[in-house]
Design a binder for this molecule. Structure first.
Ligand code: ADP
Ligand code: ZN
Length: 219
């Protein structure tokens, strides 16, 4: 099954997608993670992407598209995949249409207020990328990743000023995709605007939405 996750930065889509993927035995593909890995290894893609990311801007479509095409042509994507953070612009969505058929688009429905509160508490592992939240899901040992013991830090683009910019860009460039997929009849909204909602509850809400969608498809 081919799924995509839409939602503003900090809506919890990365965390939800990473938990959903193993349930369906498909890879979780986060373009943000792919970029961060490329930056860490200082690859040509990473070098191109770094400045845009640090400033909270979108990386140009052609760079993202090239990277994504390569990733989804790998063997582990044969039975599907979950895209998290792609597509983010209309040209990206159109390109994806040409490449493959998406089965379901999950829209993480959340207000700006909640997103700002969540993002300001978001930190992640500099080693494996695991996401923590200082309010709801802090690492067991302060500043140290539970999984790989590397340092847990705030991403440069999670600084409050940069978050505002990312939200603005989301509204302008990414939110039109919600209607694009709604009109195709494959959009499912998942309400996740409760600041106290745990990652487990969000995961469950997404699973319910997928199951409901599959039921409807059968009819
Ligand atoms: P979030 O979903 O919290 O915004 P991501 O990890 O998905 O964080 O993305 C981080 C950054 O990576 C984005 O702000 C952007 O600069 C870049 N990026 C990721 N995916 C895309 C994309 N599809 N198109 C353009 N830029 C992207
Ligand atoms: Zn880690």
């Amino acid at each position: 099954m081919k799924k995509i996750f839409l939602g503003p930065p900090g809506s919890g889509k990365g965390t939800a997608a990473s938990r959903i993927a193993p349930k369906f035995n498909i890879p979780h593909i986060s373009t943000g993670d792919l970029f961060r890995e490329n930056i860490k290894n200082q690859t040509p893609i990473g070098i191109k992407a770094q400045q845009y990311m640090d400033e909270g801007k979108l990386v140009p479509d052609e760079v993202v598209i090239e990277m994504l095409k390569k990733r989804i042509s790998q063997n582990d994507c044969e039975n599907g995949f979950i895209l998290d953070g792609f597509p983010r612009t209309m040209p990206q969505a159109e390109m994806l249409e040409e490449l493959t058929d998406i089965d379901i688009a999950i829209n993480m429905d959340v207000t700006e207020e909640v997103v700002i509160t969540r993002n300001s508490a978001r930190i992640s592992c500099s080693g494996c990328g695991k996401i923590y939240n200082l309010r709801s899901t802090p690492p067991k040992e302060k500043g140290i990743c539970d999984e790989c013991k590397e340092k847990v830090v705030r991403r440069p683009d999670d600084e409050p000023e940069v978050i505002k910019k990312r939200l603005e860009i989301y509204k302008q460039q990414t939110s039109p995709l919600i209607n694009f997929y709604r009109n195709k009849g494959i959009l499912k909204d998942v309400f996740c605007d409760d600041i106290m909602q745990t990652p487990e509850e969000t995961f469950q809400a997404v699973m319910d939405a997928i199951e409901k969608f599959l039921e409807e498809m059968k009819k």
